[in-house]
Design a protein around this ligand. Structure first.
Ligand code: NAI
Length: 411
């Protein structure tokens, strides 16, 4: 196993906000012996104090890591956000400190896709309405208005991670999949692209939205687009709250142009369970309302724990920044019989020459060199043959280069 400048059992990993057991297990399996997990978030003073001694920190969405906190965390070399979002971290400040931030953007993809498939079937059978009636003591039996999903046209808007998973699952149920995306996409199975959003809206029995929040997608489905949908069609939105005009949707459901909808995301969402949720869709018969839980499953949490811990370990063990959201991504070969130096620096002329001098002046042959820069911060990884006896000395020389932000070596 590669040895690190700081041995694995000395690397202090602090996990906050009840990060999943899978993260702790992943660190333990990789030989990291000092992993501390706390159930909650910390107040600012305690956080600053704990960060001062942590090498790796893992948070979820409640911990805010701003520039001041990060600058005070002198030992910190990597951050994991054990969730999808990363805007709770000052990514620029972390980058300028040479601290990569890793997240798990797609660990809950399957959970969202499964929910959408379930909703399609329930809406086609009018289950939200029938279930509410049964709860109220009404036995409403009959086939009118209830449909199989087999053979129906499912229009997927946004054929990315979630959209394409929905596509694969939907085909297994016999749906005919059509999709619209602004980028060319690799089509799965028998799905077919549409020439435009308008085409998709006019041919689909069910439309499901899986686009990101951008200027183009804000208000993407309003009264005009809904009017273009087939009479009796269904609309599902588990993407972002401001993609659909909910007034227009409520109107189309009340007027009977659409026969049902499932909505998981809203323009304004309560920030806690204590706050009251209100929406113009409440009280409508065949509408499933869910509190932004598309990606919330135990499996997704477990996946996030494993994925983020893996990325942090790969960075710590090998220097790989693959999956970092704020630092150039460098994917590295497995290091065998080599000493590896990792140098994060301000991107200025002459840095590489100074770095290389530390090796050439010692007659050390460079076996591999990997460099990426974003114009402001650069990351160069240098492999030299054998175990460089002068590792600590070279590290000190690299640290003395004016533009250096951070240096580590692995042997
Ligand atoms: P992704 O980035 O993999 O896919 C998005 C796709 O939409 C891309 O293929 C992109 O080219 C396409 N796209 C962008 N603008 C478009 C436009 N104007 N018209 C058509 N296509 C367009 O994203 P992913 O992971 O599939 O997520 C999709 C959405 O789901 C995001 O908004 C995300 O925030 C949301 N989401 C919701 C969750 C929930 O709990 N309900 C959980 C996870 C994600």
């Amino acid at each position: 196993m590669t040895r690190l400048t700081l041995a694995r059992d000395k690397i202090r990993v602090l996990l906050l906000e009840g990060v999943h057991d899978s993260a702790v297990a992943t660190f333990a399996a990789a030989g990291y012996g000092q992993v501390e997990r706390l159930d909650g978030a910390l107040d600012r003073d305690e956080l600053a104090e704990r960060l001062a001694s942590a090498h790796i920190v893992g948070i979820r969405s409640r911990t805010q890591l701003d520039g001041e906190l990060l600058r005070g965390a002198s030992k910190l070399f990597a951050i994991g956000t054990f969730c999808i979002g990363v805007n709770q971290v000052d990514l620029d400040a972390a980058r300028l400190l040479g601290v990569p931030v890793f997240n798990a953007p797609y660990a809950n993809t399957r959970s969202v896709a499964e929910l959408v498939i379930g909703e399609i079937i329930l809406l086609q059978r009018r289950v939200p309405w029938l279930s509410a009636l049964a709860h109220a003591g009404v036995w409403q039996k009959g086939a009118r208005g209830a449909h199989e999903v087999r053979g129906k046209v499912l229009g997927i808007v946004g054929y990315g991670h979630i959209g394409s998973q929905v596509s694969a699952l939907a085909e297994a149920f016999g749906l005919q999949v059509r999709y619209h995306d602004i980028e060319p996409k690799l089509t799965l199975g028998n799905a077919q692209p549409c020439t435009s959003l308008d085409e998709l809206l006019t041919i689909s029995d069910i439309v499901t939205l899986h686009v990101p929040a951008t200027e183009l997608t804000q208000g993407m489905i309003g009264a005009n687009e809904i009017a273009r949908m087939k009479a009796g069609a269904l609309l599902i939105n588990a993407s972002r709250g401001d993609v659909v005009d909910l007034d227009a949707l409520a109107e189309a459901l009340r007027g009977g142009h659409l026969s049902g909808a499932a909505v998981d995301v809203f323009p304004t969402e309560p920030t806690s369970a204590a706050a009251v949720f209100s929406s113009q869709l409440q009280g409508l018969d065949n509408v499933i309302l869910t509190p932004h839980i598309g990606g919330n499953t135990e499996e997704a949490q477990e996946g996030i724990g494993r994925e983020v811990a893996d990325k942090l370990i790969r960075y710590s063990d090998s220097g790989s920044t693959q999956g970092a959201v704020n630092l150039v991504e460098v994917s590295l070969p497995v290091q065998r019989d080599r000493t590896r130096f990792l140098h994060i620096h301000h991107d200025r002329p002459g840095v590489l020459a100074a770095v290389n001098r530390a090796f050439s002046s010692r007659d050390l042959n460079i076996a591999g060199q990997y460099l990426r820069t974003d114009g402001q911060v650069g990351y160069v990884v240098i492999d030299v043959h054998g175990q460089a006896e002068e590792g600590a000395e070279i590290k000190a020389e690299l640290e003395a280069i004016d533009a250096t932000i951070r240096v580590r070596f692995l042997f």
